[in-house]
Design a protein around this ligand. Sequence first.
Ligand code: SF4
Ligand code: SF4
Length: 439
Amino acid sequence: MKLVNGFKSVLAGKPDQSVIYLPDPETVGVSVMDIPYIRPKILVKENDPVKTGTPLFCDKRNLRIQYVSPATGTVRKIIFGERRRLKEIVILLQGKEDFIRFETLTPEAVDTIQKPDLVRLLQEGGLWPCFRQFPFKDTADPDLEPPMIIVSLNGNDPFSPHPAAVLENEFPAFEFGLRVLGKLTRRIVVSSRQSSLDRLNGVKNHVTHQVPDLYPAWDPGVVLYRLKTTVEENRSWCISAEHLILVGKFLLTGTYPVKRVFTVTRPGDQKPHIIARQGSPVKTLAGRFPDKSLITTGRFNGRPVDPDSHLGFFDTTLNILPDNSEEELFGFIRPGISKPSVSRTFLSSLFKTPKELDCNLHGEERACVNCGYCARICPVDLEPSFIIKALLSDDIEDALSFGLLDCCRCGLCTYACPSKIELTHLLDSGITAYYKDKQ
Ligand code: SF4
Ligand code: SF4
């Protein structure tokens, strides 16, 4: 698959390929912060005992879509944010692990199971949210037959867990998951970064589309943009390889799978891949970090996380950055040998050495100067500055006609903009406002 635009620079902080296992933490959390559009309805109270697989909250828009406890213990705390919006439910791990037992699905029964039964199993077990539906990347509508399901072997960050670490010992569950997808759609696309293929052995045979090693070519939104030929395909679904494995394991065992693979990246450090329980505390995964740090779930498009919170259902990467927002003395005359930049303003563009990202904006927001950097880097050929102007003048029709809904919110336009305009945030707000308007 060809891709012209994207982020080409080499970044520092690539995780080590080795894998370590973390012991169970004292608490785990199920966060709402990384679940777009959800309207949670809480199903437990503080101090309630829970088993692994007990439903903690569901989505008021479809009460059958549940989020379950990834551990056995008691509900220690239900944390709310502004306007009493649920943030996360914290479980204190206690006693021997006790699983809720769900129905299983044998490999022989996959061919004969009816779709409603399969959907019911996945909804009861808390695995249905693994399926996301375009264009909003909302939880998939179980009543729809998607024209295509895109399985992405790579996560949303340049340093998301390597698929070889995710698939190690899990190949049977992954293959079973692919067979399950065949019950939901007629077209399955499995995409992978070219650089990941070397270590994928048998999985390679299932890869239908290789994408260039250029962030974010492997994002399912970019893959869909390159493949779609009809309007109907805008309602395709996507699922990550890791979530597909969870679906396969859950159906085969009838228990909620609790282990996840994480990466932690920080300047000047190369950490191994980490296998830990879903919803582990941020501090447990991040280890020691300076007080003045910003922790995000991705370099270009992640959300900032509170060090005292827990990782969400979709979070697989923690990115720790020094929060050096102070102005750089005489920054404008420095050669910038190690500065990552998409323009050729700095000498760093001449060297292939890995560049360190930090939080410094190196200036304040200014008016758009029509430089075109945002359009040149956009992986789905959008003109972000045009869309923003349409959104700011409340002209949603114009924004849609400029391709607003193709935006995969990769964050590159914001990164590239010399006027420091928060383009991705504005685009995301536009998409969310349009979504809510349609409900
Ligand atoms: S408009 Fe910006 S955030 Fe959206 S896909 Fe293009 S570069 Fe990424
Ligand atoms: S990169 Fe920023 S300044 Fe340049 S055209 Fe886009 S929005 Fe305007």
